[in-house]
Design a binder for this molecule. Structure first.
Ligand code: CA
Ligand code: CA
Length: 350
């Protein structure tokens, strides 16, 4: 571990009963509006401070002001050093989102990261509206020292295809990182009308024996009292990681009930609950910590997709074409579009 040698270490004192938790949280349309609202900010800090790593979805802005402000406020309130690794601004149109990994940098550090190459956006042969953002972490206090997280926020309209394609992102991550300890977490939209029980047979990720689905179909990850849907999921690979997870700790965190909030307050935070899981502490932990960084916010780089050819384009069905858009390929369709093949002809020059 070349990285560990380079990182300065210091003595560290963790509170008694320390439990290392990882969460995924879709903070619905997260922007400065939520940071500027003192009630929402206080609740966000209260929720995030439960965790050592939080994968956040729906970070809206291209600039990172809101997420960095939130992390600074979190560090201030908890007197701990949190930092954040932020993805590219991802999407197929002007509507874009970022992923962010907020983490306690005194005890856990990202060591490498990348965006999954999901194919050609402009040809419409890519798999994801927001490419999974992969980050590998080294952790000092847990039994599992080295693991990777794959963040995902699927398109509701294409959730079946995208959850299926997470299988490819997982296989790719295993090869690229040469490791098995991988947790795929995020808003899969994998329930209710977006992924129904009849769809599961065709979703590869569901049928891999090496993978454990930590959040089951019966979990309600939605704040709305009108919906009971397990949209947010965690899927764990690697025997070491699976053994390193405390049994029965994976669940949605219902902050509405836990903090005795009004429905309006709960909804002001998000339309999703976080989903969380706890890792076993290392009983031999030496009490060392990483030195904090000088600044908050690490760029996760750009999502660089492979060369765009028309390889894989299906001219008969336009499969994958709807939803794709770009200045040079002016197809901008929604799920109900039936006329998405037109611009293939000129774009692909066949
Ligand atoms: Ca894509
Ligand atoms: Ca609900």
């Amino acid at each position: 571990m070349r990285f560990l040698v380079l990182v300065a270490m210091t003595a560290c004192f963790l509170q008694a009963g320390f439990a290392f938790k990882i969460a995924s949280f879709n903070i619905q349309r997260f922007s400065m509006t939520k940071v500027d609202d003192p009630v929402v900010l206080e609740l966000l800090i209260r929720i995030l401070s439960r965790y050592e790593i939080i994968a956040i979805e729906e970070v809206m802005n291209a600039d990172n002001t809101a997420i960095i402000s939130l992390v600074k406020e979190l560090s201030l309130a908890t007197k701990l050093n949190y930092n954040v690794l932020i993805s590219d601004h991802l999407g197929r149109s002007s509507y874009r989102e970022k992923y962010a990994y907020v983490y306690r940098e005194d005890i856990v550090k990202p060591t490498e990261w990348y965006h999954f190459d999901d194919g050609c956006e402009n040809c419409g042969t890519d798999s994801f509206i927001r490419e999974p953002f992969v980050a590998r972490f080294t952790s000092l206090t847990t039994v599992v020292k080295d693991f990777a997280l794959i963040s995902i926020h699927t398109s509701p309209d294409y959730a079946i295809m995208e959850v299926d394609a997470l299988y490819d992102a997982w296989v790719d991550a295993k090869q690229r990182l040469k490791m098995e300890n991988i947790l795929i977490l995020g808003d899969y939209n994998a329930a209710c009308s977006y992924v129904a029980s009849r769809h599961w047979p065709i979703i590869r990720l569901r049928h891999v024996e090496e993978l454990v689905w930590l959040i089951g179909d019966k979990e309600d990850t939605t704040v709305s009292t009108n919906t009971n849907c397990a949209y947010d999921r965690m899927v764990a690979g690697g025997e070491e990681l699976q053994r390193g997870i405390v049994p029965d700790t994976a669940k949605a965190f219902n902050y509405h009930v836990a903090y005795d909030l009004t429905y309006e307050m709960a909804k002001a935070v998000s339309d999703h609950y976080p989903v969380e899981v706890e890792l076993y502490d290392d009983v031999f932990y030496s009490g060392q910590c990483f030195e904090p960084s000088a600044s908050t916010g690490i760029s996760g780089g750009l999502s660089l997709n492979g060369p765009c050819t028309c390889e894989g384009v299906d001219f008969s069905s336009c499969r994958g074409r709807c939803g794709a858009s770009g200045k040079t390929y002016p197809c901008n369709c929604n799920a109900s579009c039936t006329n998405c093949c037109v611009d293939y002809t000129s774009s692909c020059k066949l």
